[in-house]
Design a protein around this ligand. Structure first.
Ligand SMILES: [Zn+2]
Ligand SMILES: [Zn+2]
Length: 275
């Protein structure tokens, strides 16, 4: 039975997602070209009110509704500090697949420090050639922002270094204020992000290909962790360390808990021995 998935996107993510789906011959992706910007934008002119997960699910549902398909798929990326290494900028990609008739959601995520991300305030002293290098123009795109009449103006998706520098020189000699630049993270402007979306799509396809042993529904996979391991020094239970991975089904209650092969933790990680 072939199923059509509506891929909700405004910023051309089909090229990053379709290759992974090529190995699922029963599934076809169709573009649902809805205005996904209404769920929030990277550059902030439309604030993101939902969590990234809820935003991806809402976009996927909107795409399915738009095309009248049973399945909807959407992506959401968040660029910010890495959860384990806060000094590193990372790209956290999410893909949500929604099934309307059976009312389930499969969300897969991919975290990567491989993302070109730069932002900087621009003034007369700024080395514009260096800025071009830091933003990796023309491979990556950049946005120019400034304040004019108490409003923020954004020029998005500039790739051409000459246009970029000329635009900044013009702004610097004009009365506008608060000139700044930032990486454009929309998928079509960010090849480093494109790679991460592709990697996330690979994970999602693997998930779709894995079925539940109990009910045979698609989407079996890791849903979380079970926590709590004793310290090998003092014996106290440290609640923040996971001992097992939990796998579950999107449609029924069946789950499996698989040990990570550790029965105690080093005192260096213990809240009591090493507070
Ligand atoms: Zn199941
Ligand atoms: Zn201890």
């Amino acid at each position: 039975m072939a199923s059509t998935i509506a891929l909700a996107t405004k910023h051309g993510k089909l090229a990053q997602i379709a290759p992974a789906f090529a190995c699922l011959p029963d599934w076809g992706l169709t573009l649902a070209e809805i205005d996904t910007d209404e769920f929030g934008t990277f550059s902030g002119e439309i604030p993101r009110t939902l969590s990234p997960r809820d935003a991806a699910i809402a976009k996927a549902r909107a795409g399915a509704e738009f095309l009248g398909t049973d399945y909807g798929l959407a992506s959401e990326g968040s660029i910010g500090s890495h959860p384990q290494m806060p000094w590193v900028t990372s790209d956290h990609e999410l893909l949500a697949l929604v099934c309307v008739s059976k009312d389930f959601v499969i969300v897969e995520s991919y975290l990567s420090a491989e993302i070109r991300a730069h932002k900087e305030v621009v003034n007369e002293q700024t080395d514009l050639e260096l800025l071009v290098t830091r933003l990796d123009l023309p491979t990556h795109g950049a946005n120019i922002l400034f304040s004019q009449d108490n409003e923020t103006v954004i020029h998005k998706g500039i790739h051409d270094p000459e246009i970029f520098v000329a635009e900044l020189r013009k702004l610097l000699s004009s009365p506008v204020e608060n000139i700044r630049v930032e990486s454009d993270f929309r998928a079509m402007s960010s090849p480093s992000r494109q790679k991460n979306i592709s990697a996330c799509a690979e994970k999602l396809v693997k998930r779709i290909s894995t079925t539940c042993l109990s009910c045979n529904e698609i989407g079996w996979g890791k849903v979380g962790y079970e926590f709590g391991l004793p310290c090998s020094g003092c014996g106290q239970l440290v609640a923040s360390v996971p001992h097992s991975e939990k796998f579950g089904c999107v449609a029924c209650d069946y789950s499996e808990v698989i040990s990570r092969g550790q029965d105690s933790i080093d005192p260096a990680r213990c809240d009591f021995c090493n507070p």
